[in-house]
Design a protein around this ligand. Structure first.
Ligand code: BGC
Length: 429
């Protein structure tokens, strides 16, 4: 690999999400799901990385690893533990975490919703509820009033498509439904929640003269969909359709408040507008689409991670280019990472994906940031503690943190603004 350097204003960091790292929260829908025995390795969602208590140590790690930016989740279930009752102590805790980041010159990007929500909301049908937009508005208003002076950058919703597919189509995640009409309702509701939150965040920060440029967007889980047989009409057709239903529909509706014809006839109209200041891309892998038996799989002989997902760095360049062409907005890589329990794939993974980002930049795409998933090993949903994505190793028993070899490598990239000749040599890239 040849060395490469990013533009001076490019920012490097990493990402986590509340329940995946904090531990100790019994008040969210994933706690209930875990209690029902759905976690494959039986690990305890209440343990995670104990980040709620150890955030100072974790911010020190971010600083030691030369991060300039950090994406963090805040938990709705902690902030509004009962319907309409906000917990001042919980929001004060998040202010402390954020203040600690700022003291270390690390700019926070705050996620309002990352798969989990309060139990009281679950009892009212979660994102399928008729009241959900009102509830999400109220929560957003409270958060921005309380944190808006310290935080100017927000992700409203993380990966709405993954939330929808796993929770309402495949039934593997809470609320465990396999119900297409319901999924459609959730699709519309989540989009309207985002649109409302986008406007609220901008309005409150403007009215209150909070400092910093307000930036609001969605973290879109994007994949590349390739036909198994190039030139095979049905494979191509199916790949296109999968791509539309899996990711383009959400991205379009949430970014522009409408869909291309004829799909626009199926969603509420009157929202046409501009609801994103950047396109957030969470990128992990691609789908190979085969129309013959309708399967989607990884091609043989392709490199895969420990969960069997294909490692395909060029996909990140392709997605940056495609989504910039579509929306003409700056691109932030809001997640990109690899499940690699022995830390043998991550150095190459990072180098390969960052090079793909650099190639997109060289072609004129304004990719501005890269948040690696994840700062540290964490509670990986159904996989529990058994799937490690961190730059930092966590010994869950003792909660000891150890920066991995890949973490040290990434720290040098952050420090140098790219992959230097020395790094190429030292890591045999
Ligand atoms: C999610 C994270 C998750 C990661 C790895 C993303 O889809 O936002 O919560 O841990 O992928 O699976």
């Amino acid at each position: 690999m040849k060395p490469f350097t990013f533009p001076k204003n490019f920012l490097f960091g990493s990402a986590t999400a509340g329940v995946q790292v904090e531990g100790g929260d019994r008040n969210n829908n994933w706690y209930v799901w875990a209690e029902q025995g759905h976690i494959k390795d039986g690990s305890d969602i209440l343990r995670a990385g104990d980040h709620w208590n150890r955030y100072r140590e974790d911010v020190a790690l971010l600083s030691q690893m030369h991060h300039q930016i950090y994406r963090m989740g805040i938990e709705w279930s902690r902030i509004e533990p009962e319907k309409g009752r906000f917990d001042e102590k919980a929001i004060a805790h998040y202010r402390e975490v954020i203040a600690c980041l700022l003291r270390n010159n690390i700019r926070p990007l705050v996620t309002l919703h990352h798969f989990t929500y309060p139990i009281w909301l679950d009892k009212e049908d979660g994102f399928a509820s008729k009241q959900i937009v009102t509830y999400f508005e109220r929560y957003t208003e409270y958060v921005v009033e309380q944190l808006g002076d310290l935080v100017s950058e927000y992700i409203t919703i993380n990966e709405p498509n993954v939330f929808l597919l796993n929770g309402y189509v495949a039934g593997m995640w809470p609320p465990g439904k396999k119900d297409i009409p319901l999924a459609y309702r959730v699709f519309v509701n989540m989009s309207l929640c985002h649109i409302a939150a986008y406007e609220i965040i901008h309005r409150i920060r403007r009215q209150r003269h909070f400092p910093g440029k307000t930036m609001v967007g969605v973290a879109n889980h994007l994949r590349v969909f390739d036909p198994l047989r190039k030139g095979h009409t049905l494979d191509h057709f199916l790949a296109e359709k999968q791509q539309f239903f899996f990711q383009d529909a959400f991205a379009d509706y949430m970014t522009t408040g409408t869909l291309p014809f004829p799909a626009k006839l199926c969603v509420p109209s009157g929202y046409e507008g501009h609801y994103a200041d950047f396109i957030g891309i969470n990128y992990y892998s691609r789908n190979i689409v085969n129309a013959v038996d309708l399967t989607t799989f990884v091609q043989p002989d392709r490199p895969v991670n420990d969960l069997g997902w294909e490692i395909y760095p060029d996909g990140l360049r392709i997605l940056c280019e495609t989504f910039y062409e579509r929306y003409h907005l700056p691109i932030w890589i809001t997640e990109n990472g690899v499940c690699d329990n022995n830390d043998v794939l991550r150095v190459r993974f990072i180098a390969g994906h960052l090079r793909a980002v650099k190639e997109a930049i060289d072609k004129g795409v304004p990719v501005e940031r890269y948040y690696h998933w994840s700062l540290m090993d964490n509670f990986e949903w159904l996989e529990g503690e058994s799937a490690r994505f961190g730059l930092v190793y966590i010994d869950y028993e003792s909660q000891r943190r150890i920066i991995k070899k890949s973490g040290k490598f990434y720290a040098k990239i952050c420090e140098n603004g790219g992959c230097t000749e020395d790094l190429v040599k030292e890591y045999h890239l």
